[in-house]
Each structure stands twice: as C-alpha cells, then as structure tokens.
Design a protein around this ligand. Structure first.
Ligand SMILES: Cc1ncc(COP(=O)(O)O)c(C=O)c1O
Length: 211
C-alpha cells in the first residue's frame, strides 16, 4: 500500500476532500513533496510555524533539551528550567497582574482553562460569548463558539452561555453580577477579520471590573 492509501484508510480526515500533499521536507517558507515538487507553505500550521520550518535555533534547542530530559510531569510540581524560563519571559511582556502562566497544548485547552478558572474564582456559571466567535473544538470551547455550523451536532452543550454581537453595546450591558466571564477574541478571525469599535475592549474590561 502507498502512503496515500494508508493515509486515506487509517488517518482520520476532517474534510471530505483533504489536500493530501505528501510532504517529505520543509525549510523556511518552502516545502517539498515526495516527487521533489516545491511549494510555498502559506498555511504554516495556521501560524504556529511563524518563524519558518526547520529553524536552526529551534532544532538546536529541541536537540539539547531532548538530551537533558523530554517529559517529567506537567502539573507545576517540579521546577523544570525551560518551563520556568518561558513563564518568566512571558510575564515580563504582560501587565503586572498577569504574572502566573498555566501552559496548555492548544487554544481549545486555553479556553477550557479560562472558563474553569473564572467559574471557580467567581462561584458563578453565566458565560457571555460573541456571535461569529471561534474558540476551539472541545465541548466547553464549542459551547462558546458563535455559529450553529460548528455547534449543532454536539448539543446539549454547556448551559448558561449567552451569545451577543462582538463590538455591541448589548454585549456590555448583558454583563451582570451572575457573570463568571466574557470570552472575546481581540480581533475575530473565523468570520473574516473583524476589529471591535475603538474603545469597546476597554469598556468591556471596565464592565467586567465593575461586576
Ligand atoms: C481565537 C481562537 N481560539 C481558539 C482556537 C483553538 O485553538 P486550537 O485549534 O489550538 O485548539 C483558535 C484556533 O484557530 C482560535 O483562532
């Protein structure tokens, strides 16, 4: 069997007609398929590979760390130098109140973590999200997604979730003393590139502080 046949038989596909390029090497912005044909990678792992494929500094760091240790424990129990250095570096670039990092593997997990943290800290369950929002594919993240196209097949989802328009006064007015959190993208991406009106994110922050 060819790799293409094995792929079609044994790898779960998420679209009816996968691109199915068989890539054997990638460097910088370029990638090559099994026949040697060259492509420019305009997807770049949906921006994850945003410093280019095969970056020498990244390869060296991965190799060096693999020689030290690969995986010990993830739950903030051991002091692991690369994790500590990364958390300290991130917090240097963030406002002083954002001073502790919980590492996740994906955007969906970050959304899950944020919702759980908000519920636990506030003791409330009401969550406000935006129409046309994209937050990830797990059950909780799907619940705050803003489009029936994504959500419909997976009901019932999380209760006490309310969707309002991104950038609207109605959304800000809906924040009350039952609200655990509001989930927003700073710029909506799934539904195009939607920026909020000037001052809207600051007004949202203020309403959240108030409640
Ligand atoms: C704003 C936003 N949040 C969450 C996610 C989900 O991230 P992941 O696919 O890593 O779970 C995405 C993915 O595109 C996203 O754009």
């Amino acid at each position: 069997m060819t790799n293409r046949q094995l792929f079609l038989s044994h790898v779960a596909q998420t679209s009816p007609e996968p691109v199915a390029l068989e890539i054997v090497k990638a460097k910088g912005i370029k990638m090559w398929d099994v026949t040697g044909k060259e492509y420019i990678d305009l997807i770049a792992g949906f921006s994850v590979a945003n410093i280019g494929h095969g970056n020498e500094a990244v390869i060296k760091a991965v190799q060096q760390q693999a020689e030290q240790y690969m995986h010990l424990i993830v739950y903030g129990e051991f002091i692991e130098t690369p994790q500590v250095a990364y958390a300290a570096m991130l917090t240097r670039h963030l406002p002083a109140t954002l001073n502790s990092v919980y590492f996740t593997n994906s955007g969906a997990e970050a959304t899950e973590g944020a919702m759980k943290l908000a519920k636990r800290v506030t003791g409330r369950s009401k969550i406000i999200a935006c129409n046309k929002a994209y937050h990830g594919s797990t059950q909780g993240a799907l619940s705050v997604m803003g489009d029936e196209y994504w959500r419909n097949a997976f009901r019932p989802l999380l209760p006490d979730v309310y969707h309002l328009d991104f950038g609207s006064d109605e959304l800000i007015k809906s924040i009350d003393d039952d609200t655990a959190c509001v989930l927003v993208e700073t710029v909506q991406a799934e539904s195009g590139v939607n920026k909020p009106p000037k001052g809207w994110l600051a007004a949202l922050r203020e309403a959240c502080n108030e409640h």
